[in-house]
Ligand binder design. Structure first.
Ligand code: SF4
Length: 191
């Protein structure tokens, strides 16, 4: 916890959204990313709770206080590695997850919760922009071959984990595009 008074000194700020008359003309994302300083201030609001309810509220148990602090300290690369430890696809969850972590955040008892979701998606976008997201094939393979049927988020996350565990994985998909619901069910503007 870098800034012990961050939750007092800074108010919650969310991504701004494109004006309605503009976004009516397209189906793309309409959230406007925040500047680094704004994200740093939002990271400073995290109290690094002894029992981080955000983490238990997160379906993938993201280590949220750690990367809030790393963003506050402007160590974005380490924030990405910490996020990637628990989350196979923060580029999806940072956009479409309903953020139960924020409902669970201790600050939400009597203030606005930490803006966890916006920080999450900002970390992964920065990681892609800086080339930190790389293929990392295991040095040795187990020799076992595994088929995953369906390339939705569960199938892809499963494939990622099994690959990390050194198995050969093949993902099968009946549709023209991989991604399942992510590609064919969720519109691009969904946030
Ligand atoms: S519950 Fe909220 S304030 Fe506490 S560690 Fe998690 S994000 Fe930070």
């Amino acid at each position: 916890m870098g800034d012990v008074k961050g939750f007092i000194n800074y108010k919650r700020v969310d991504f701004k959204k494109e004006k309605v008359d503009k976004r009516l003309n397209h189906w793309n994302e309409f959230a406007i990313p925040m500047k680094e300083q704004e994200l740093k201030d939002q990271g400073a609001r995290c109290m690094d709770c002894g029992i981080p309810f955000c983490q238990s509220g997160c379906p993938v148990s993201n280590i949220i206080p750690d990367w809030n602090d790393l963003v506050y300290r402007e160590n974005w690369e380490e924030a990405y590695y910490r996020l990637a430890r628990t989350n196979n696809f923060p580029e999806f969850t940072g956009r479409i997850c309903p953020a139960p972590c924020e409902n669970a955040c201790t600050l939400a008892i009597n203030k606005d919760a930490v803006t966890i979701k916006n920080i999450e998606v900002s970390i992964i976008e920065k990681a892609f922009a800086n080339g930190w997201v790389k293929a990392n094939p295991p040095k040795k393979r187990s020799g076992k071959k595994i088929a995953i049927v369906g390339s939705g988020p569960a199938g892809l996350a499963c494939a990622d984990e099994l690959n990390k565990a050194s198995h050969f994985v093949t993902v099968f998909e009946k549709n023209e595009f991989i991604g399942g619901l992510l590609t064919l069910g969720i519109p691009n503007f969904k946030a």
